[in-house]
Design a protein around this ligand. Structure first.
Ligand code: ARG
Length: 463
């Protein structure tokens, strides 16, 4: 058992210091040092407000302000003496401030608790990351738009069940991801709006008897307003949960796209070539070019969703207001955020650099009876067949082509007429993949003109 002197911040009633294991489980400085800049920003706003309200003197406020700037520069330059005995970033900063400015430092914590302090620091941090996610998504969408515009009329197979379904355009496929990532962006924007309220001034849980001005600190920190209930202010971690939920959905989208890139870049598909900059080699097989970045992006959802589930599990069942359990909120959010930002950047790099193999895409688009639906639709439109019967006739023709080991356009008119006498030569017009995609002009459909309209819409919106 260690028997150090008691904690300099809260040790008034303690005769002995903590056991080493107590110190180890209690300390968060190892990870919450990432909140240093936010902690100092929050403290500066708080000190300025205390002075404006006459709670501390202008002289003390100025000493605190100057001192905090020195602390910040020490942290930025790596000379700050972090101490595990001081538990967390809040007490590390305050203790160092005391070394620098003396007694005035002790007045900074007037009308404040670490409970509202950590809530404000973490909120500011998550808010910055929501902004970074929005920016990262914007860059990724721009890269997708460039791909979509270049290949608005390149045909490729569209899949359901990973079986060839109908021809689509490369641009259309890229634009599907633009839609998905735009929803992610709006989730981050929406979460940001809701999180933008200040917990500062809630103090430990009940508010304070000092005449503080919570509107002033809220404004100084860029929040829309102070949170309306002091218990809720220190007990709430919805902002982190919403951020993780938005991150998880985004990571799921990234994972699906990454999976497609893994499949598409394989020798069996050859739909895309990933650049050397975003591929790796094998130490034993000289021919290999592996899509490692795509595979890692595909996997990142594991830890991001894990963080979300982890934090939900920490928060469930916690009584109001603050409990130390909530210190377990940070590491997972930090890890999930790092993973998401890296995945977004890597995906943006891969998409910007990749080259679609137009010839392979077109060849694959034409195989697998991809225009069978076009044939059935022609029978409905031109011969007035009920769709069910048209489906049946087309099925027979597909079986015939399969028997002859050829594709639908390779059948002769006589072959066709042997299944349905009314079929005419102009049926062949709809069996080509370019005509197929060009005909899908319904809103949101795969026709190149539709794709170009969507590209223009998003380019204007993101500009
Ligand atoms: N390190 C703590 C956390 O991350 C700060 C708040 C501690 N408050 C307290 N009353 N012990 O949650």
């Amino acid at each position: 058992m260690t028997n150090k002197t008691s904690n300099q911040m809260w040790g008034g009633r303690f005769a002995a210091g903590p056991d080493a294991i107590m110190e180890a489980i209690n300390a968060s400085i190892g990870f919450d040092k990432r909140l240093a800049a936010q902690d100092i920003t929050g403290s500066r706003a708080h000190a300025a407000m205390l002075a404006a309200q006459g709670i501390i003197t202008a002289t003390d406020a100025e000493a605190i302000r100057e001192g905090l700037l020195t602390v910040l520069s020490e942290i930025e330059t790596g000379t700050f003496p972090f101490s595990v005995a001081l538990e967390d970033i809040h007490m590390n900063v305050e203790a160092r401030l005391k070394d620098i400015v003396g007694e005035a430092a002790g007045r900074l914590h007037t009308a404040r608790s670490r409970n509202d302090q950590v809530a404000v620091d973490f909120r500011l941090w998550v808010r910055d990351q929501a902004d970074a996610a929005i920016e990262g998504l914007c860059a990724l969408m721009q890269a997708l738009l460039t791909q979509a515009e270049a290949g608005a009329d390149w045909v490729m197979p569209g899949f359901t069940h990973l079986q060839t379904a109908q021809p689509v355009t490369w641009g259309h496929h890229m634009m599907a991801y633009v839609e998905m990532f735009s929803r992610d962006m709006s989730r981050f924007q929406d979460a940001r709006k809701r999180m933008n309220e200040s917990p500062l001034g809630a103090a430990a849980l009940a508010g304070t008897s000092f005449p503080i001005d919570r509107h002033m600190t809220a404004k100084a920190l860029g929040f829309d307003r102070p949170m309306a209930n002091s218990l809720d202010a220190v007990a709430d971690r919805d902002f982190a949960l919403e951020f993780l939920a938005a991150s998880t959905i985004c990571a799921m989208h990234l994972s699906r796209f990454a999976e497609e890139l893994v499949i598409w870049s394989s020798a069996q598909f050859r739909f895309v070539a990933l650049s050397d900059r975003f591929s790796t080699g094998s130490s034993i097989m000289p021919q290999k070019k592996n899509p490692d970045a795509a595979e890692l992006i595909r996997a990142k959802i594991g830890r991001i969703m894990g963080a979300m589930v982890g934090l939900f599990t920490v928060m469930k069942g916690l009584p109001l207001a603050y409990s130390k359990d909530m210190q377990e909120d940070k590491e997972q959010v930090f890890d999930a955020t790092d993973s998401l930002m890296l995945a977004l950047a890597a995906m943006t790099g891969m998409v910007s650099d990749m080259t679609a193999n137009r010839a392979s895409l077109e060849k694959a688009a034409a195989s697998g009876f991809s225009t069978a639906t076009d044939l059935a639709d022609w029978l409905v439109r031109e011969l007035g067949l009920p769709f069910r019967e048209a489906h049946h006739v087309t099925g027979s023709l597909v079986a015939m082509a399969e028997g002859k080991d050829c594709d639908l356009p390779d059948l002769t008119l006589a072959d066709m007429q042997s299944v349905h006498a009314g079929i005419r030569a102009d049926v062949f017009d709809v069996l080509g993949v370019h005509n197929s995609v060009a005909s899908r002009t319904s809103f949101g459909g795969t026709a190149p003109d539709q794709v170009r309209a969507q590209v223009a819409h998003w380019k204007a919106k993101l500009a």
